[in-house]
Design a protein around this ligand. Sequence first.
Ligand SMILES: Cc1ncc(COP(=O)(O)OP(=O)(O)O)c(N)n1
Ligand SMILES: Cc1nc(C(=O)O)sc1CCOP(=O)(O)O
Ligand SMILES: [Mg+2]
Length: 213
Amino acid sequence: MKEFKLYAITGEQFHPGRTMLEVMEEAIRGGCDIIQLRDKKSPKRDVLAKAKALRELTSRYGVTFIVNDHIDIALAVDADGIHLGQDDLPLAEARKIVGSKIIGISTHAIEEARQAERDGADYIGVGPIFATKSKEDVVDPVTTDYVKQVAAEIRIPFVAIGGIKLHNVNQVLDAGASRICAISEIVGSDDVAGTCKEFLARIDAAAGSGSTV
Ligand SMILES: Cc1ncc(COP(=O)(O)OP(=O)(O)O)c(N)n1
Ligand SMILES: Cc1nc(C(=O)O)sc1CCOP(=O)(O)O
Ligand SMILES: [Mg+2]
């Protein structure tokens, strides 16, 4: 998969009065290089309509588009890939269906990360690093210790997720993350593009110095 640094996930509850498309376009203009459609509540036909619209938007900007949970929708709109959690369809079965499309897997412990790498995941999510209100069935925070473990051992790309804000992202970068994923801090911002640019500046600074402090 293409290299990436900043991964934004949709979260329509965080931007009342603004459309999902305008917010995600701002995120792309701010430099996000992966957009994920995550909608746990809408009827499937509505999720499909949103996926079609986001596919068109991301194709126009040359940005990677991932669908959360719904493999059939990912295939129907020709998304670049799918994101699956530990309770979703297992990676081996998903691979049979999506072929060479990107498969991302959520992990919350090093054994899950090792398994995902062995099974051929294209990237893993590592989290939740901090407490988050954006996911209902979330596990306890794994803390930056888990980032350190993954950075030391896992060779496929990993993205840190969960409660990551501009005020705490440096802790995550200092632990060894070089890719950041967020919902509320990005899509709930009054200045979505500006927030993305600031995340990217922090990521780049950490990559340049090896430390952000
Ligand atoms: C990049 C990324 N990481 C983790 C998740 C969470 O996936 P999952 O555990 O399947 O939970 P839901 O998002 O489906 O509630 C993600 N979506 N994206
Ligand atoms: C969707 C999701 N998955 C997580 C995981 O740890 O797998 S944490 C999370 C929610 C991330 O939202 P926010 O940036 O608003 O905290
Ligand atoms: Mg899921």
